[in-house]
Design a protein around this ligand. Sequence first.
Ligand code: ZN
Length: 164
Amino acid sequence: MSKNDRFYTVRGYQLLNQEDKSLTSGMEDYLEMIYRNMEKEGYIRINTLSRLLNVKPSSATKMVQKLAALGLVDYQKYGIIFLTEDGKKYGKFLLDRHNVIEKFLQNIGITENLLLETELIEHSISKNTMKNIDLLNGFFETHPGVLEEFKKFKEIAGHGIGKT
Ligand code: ZN
């Protein structure tokens, strides 16, 4: 992640604080997936979305209708979903948040179940904690020596952790 992406992330928190739309974890998963996959064509089909999320098209339709009621997606006909401007902002925030957590886990040397852990953590983290993790990632990026030191430290001090 580049420096600029981090600034956008911080701006994302501000936007969300103003709008304060709180979604359930399930809705966030949908919105994140829509945002991830609509960049190429500008829309995503309900069938594609349900395949990507491993859910039935009927379940996907229900959830998308909820997002539409919140003004985050435009879903009218032919099974095609567009994001509204608010939906794009929120989707970007969700994807950024995902990437910040994934990056942090990678920084501390997590390789096992990386995606699963990211998915679990992302829904429960506060914006403030997230912002600070984002800063920590940035600190590691600008001070790579510190991360190297941590890796060395971990090899010695962390040896045997989790192995009884
Ligand atoms: Zn995610």
